[in-house]
Design a binder for this molecule. Structure first.
Ligand code: AMP
Length: 114
């Protein structure tokens, strides 16, 4: 989608630090990391948020979570743990309207998730 920053990253038009990519899914480092490891996992196909997850094939949805698990291992997060977050809509403060999962880890986080 034109003027979508994550579509721009997925297509290579906008620079980013990509840590994983295949035909369906791209993962890259968050430009403003909130934890020592902060990676965003996105589908190449533009869907705005989890509200539209039914537009994606089941294989792509599953792959996003498999990639998250694999990256957590590669980043050394498995022993201490990590958090997966997807903000959806205004109340969750979603700022980029392209579905993404945050992979957060590398330090202890608070128990509150909201
Ligand atoms: P959310 O607020 O859940 O929509 O998360 C959007 C995330 O995208 C934020 O953590 C931003 O720091 C991150 N972000 C925005 N633009 C870029 C970019 N060009 N490259 C990497 N991360 C970005």
């Amino acid at each position: 989608m034109a003027d979508c920053v994550f579509c721009g990253i997925a297509s290579g038009k906008i620079p980013s630090t990509i840590v994983y990519e295949d035909a369906d899914v791209v993962a890259f480092r968050d430009v403003a990391p909130q934890t020592p490891v902060h990676i965003l996992i996105v589908p190449r196909e533009h869907v705005a948020s989890f509200n539209e997850v039914d537009k994606l094939g089941d294989d792509i949805v599953a792959k996003m979570f498999r990639v998250a698990s694999r990256l957590a291992k590669e980043q050394g997060l498995r022993e201490r743990g990590y958090r997966l977050v997807s903000n959806c809509g205004v109340d969750a403060c979603q700022s980029v309207p392209h579905l993404h999962i945050h992979l957060l880890g590398g330090r202890a986080m608070g128990a509150d998730i909201a």
